[in-house]
Design a binder for this molecule. Structure first.
Ligand SMILES: Cc1ncc(COP(=O)(O)O)c(C=O)c1O
Length: 389
């Protein structure tokens, strides 16, 4: 008997994360002695800030590593709330902050709160792939709406209006976005929130890259749409991917139900990580992560024009995150084959568009600037030699 017949049908529909497969192929080449420039990876190359490590070491040495409340440590919830007032232009009560096991768990909790079987959530294509899978695991319907440069690769109120159906429960946007690094302008954010509210739906904003913006002051969607569910994380801005810590800012009336879900799904977010993360909100850590943000901006300022000069089309300059979503149709018809050829021929690992949806996916690749400037320069040099052949 095929072992798949013994599994839930939903498993067959969950797509693999192709970037991990690119990474495996790249590592196999490295094991054979090849040098590879890694521009496929979606996590900062910077180590966890030293004050965070010191706080973790002290916490672990104390031995007091017990479950916390499913909502997270009260001091951490308060510190996150203050961070919104200090840096993101929004006033948020600590009672609305729910600390989670990464923003991955935050997305899962919010989807579990809102989505019943066959109900749909509107999302952008291209977009971060796991969000679609979370909706699917819950037997909901992710409705991926094709977006392009004309709307900054983001949903608009008009698109939401056009695609809303009787089964739609809400809209999720990620601003800045993975893979495009583009943002939803403030006015459009307000229009989307109003459009969703007028239809009795829920608005979810993934702000995991909000700390890493390079144009103007970062502003949370909460400053514009207080009733939104906002999701964020320590992974990217605070360089803490492996610590698995994120959060939700939820409308107060939903906190109790999210708490029940978190209690049942994973009891509490990781305690050593929470104790460590308290050190994120100190002046010392702030200086470190802000310096790194400036380094990311310098990398972007080098990479985007260099790619354009090689013949990649980048119609909208990314303003956040650490990704460039580039049209490679001048070089190849199928970006997945192109990525394999670039890895084999140039020793540069990049991610095919297929990871982020289906809309013009075979014409696009994602390049990450999560490597230092020297490696980025080497990557461009290798790409130039490869494309000139
Ligand atoms: C847009 C977006 N949302 C959520 C996540 C999940 O991150 P984490 O679970 O580490 O917070 C990622 C990770 O790459 C992402 O790019």
């Amino acid at each position: 008997m095929d072992y798949r017949a013994q599994l839930a049908a939903r498993v067959a529909e969950i797509a693999p994360f192709h970037v991990m497969e690119v990474q495996t192929a790249a590592r196999a080449l490295e094991a054979q002695g090849r040098s590879i420039v890694h521009m496929e990876i979606g996590e900062p190359d910077f180590p966890t800030p030293a004050p965070v490590i010191a706080a973790a070491q002290a916490a672990i040495a104390s031995g007091n590593i017990y479950y916390t409340s499913a909502l997270g440590l009260p001091e951490l919830r308060a510190a996150i709330a203050r961070h919104y007032a200090d840096h993101y232009g929004a006033s948020v009560s600590a009672d609305r902050v729910i600390v989670t096991a990464g923003s991955s768990a935050a997305l899962l909790l919010v989807m579990a709160l809102l989505v019943d079987r066959d109900e749909s959530i509107l999302l952008a294509d291209p977009g971060y792939p796991c969000t679609r899978q979370f909706v699917r695991v819950l037997e909901g319907m992710p409705r991926a709406i094709p977006v392009g440069p004309e709307s900054n690769y983001q949903l608009t109120a008009q698109l939401v209006e056009r695609h809303w159906s009787p089964t739609t429960r809400g809209v999720l946007i990620a601003s800045p976005s993975n893979p495009t690094g583009t943002e939803v302008p403030a006015q459009e954010m307000q229009r989307i929130a109003a459009t969703v509210a007028a239809r009795g739906g829920r608005f979810i904003v993934d702000e995991i890259y909000l700390g890493l913006t390079y144009q103007g002051e970062p502003r949370s969607a909460l400053a514009l749409a207080d009733d939104a569910f906002v999701i964020s994380s320590f992974s990217k801005y605070f360089n803490m991917t492996g610590w698995r810590l994120g959060w939700i800012v939820a409308p107060e009336r939903h906190v109790r139900d999210l708490e029940k879900l978190a209690q049942n799904l994973y009891i509490s977010p990781p305690t050593p990580s929470q104790l460590a993360a308290l050190a994120c909100f100190t002046p010392a850590t702030h200086d470190i992560v802000e310096q790194r943000r400036r380094a990311f901006r310098e990398r972007r300022d080098f990479l985007v024009p260099a790619l354009r000069e090689l013949g990649f089309r980048i119609p909208v300059t990314p303003t956040g995150g650490f990704f460039v979503y580039a049209d490679c149709s001048a070089f190849a018809e199928d970006s997945a084959t192109f990525c394999r050829d670039v890895l084999d021929g140039a020793g540069v690992a990049i991610t095919p568009g297929i990871d982020f949806g289906v809309h013009r996916a075979s014409a696009h690749v994602r390049l990450s600037y999560t490597v230092g400037m020297e490696k980025l320069q080497e990557g461009i040099h290798r790409l130039r030699r490869f494309l000139d052949r």
